[in-house]
Design a protein. Sequence first.
Length: 325
Amino acid sequence: MQVGVIGTGSFGMAITRLLSINVDVLLYSRKPEAAQQINREHQYKGVQLSENVRASNDIQAFTEACTLIFPIVSSGGFRDAMRSFSPHLRPYHILIHGTKGFDVYGDNPNNRVHSMSEVIQQETNVARIGCLAGPNLAAEIIEGQPTATVIGSPFNEVIAAGKKVLSSNNFHVLSSYDMRGAEIAGALKNIVAIGSGILKGMGLGKNIQAVYINQGLKEMMQFGQTVGAKNEIFLEVAGIGDLIATTTSSKSRNYTFGFRLGQGESYESILTDTEEVPEGIRTLQICQELAEVRNLNFPLIQTLYGILFQQSEKRELIDVILGKN
């Protein structure tokens, strides 16, 4: 059995290593030189790969070789990626994406925000879709540390297929039928992680961080309700589990971005030396737009947006946490 992975970012490489324990893996990269390096050296960006991992930049050959595919690309490039693959995808394909963010598309201001599973449905004829939800810190997975993930899908066969190829001694696969909720929780926790990093970067301790994370979870649930998520998913591994990992670890890109911001670095300078832009930045912009369009009040989201994009003082985040604003 050969399983496909689309994307050579850190999480794509982590999933590739996991899959290669059980099956042969075909890794798609749109860069021919990256595919050649992987096939020649069996490593990429410092990540060592097994001999049963091959790479290709040929979309047709890739989709013909793999029925089960894991698209793991940035949310900003996800729709374009699906459009590129669409002519070669068939109803028999199974797609389990690992992208934690939202897509913005369309002219209707009340219906411009889409999950990645909705993008797959809109751009391809694939019906059997799932998502990977956290906690999925790529660096820890690459190191081989024990953890678990959640496959969200309304289809038992998608969950079963994902479990079969991903499960190992150090990687436990859980399941949820609330795919939409898992996607929303996975996207929103990245916003909360940025704020958690800001607090740590400002030199503050665990007490205020704990209060903030608790409020962040509540705001995630409130926001999730407005876009069709059920509360239960936020209290499970894909929700609070992923939230704890992402808001407390220096191996989280979103937390690290916030930490550097809290220490006084500028937004622009941080991004100039960041290889992969944290998904939480784009998600924050999208959530702020949605809140404005629907006249919703989400204090943490709106305060973080002000800090990142409107030169608001970082102290305002503390005031919101303590109920002073």
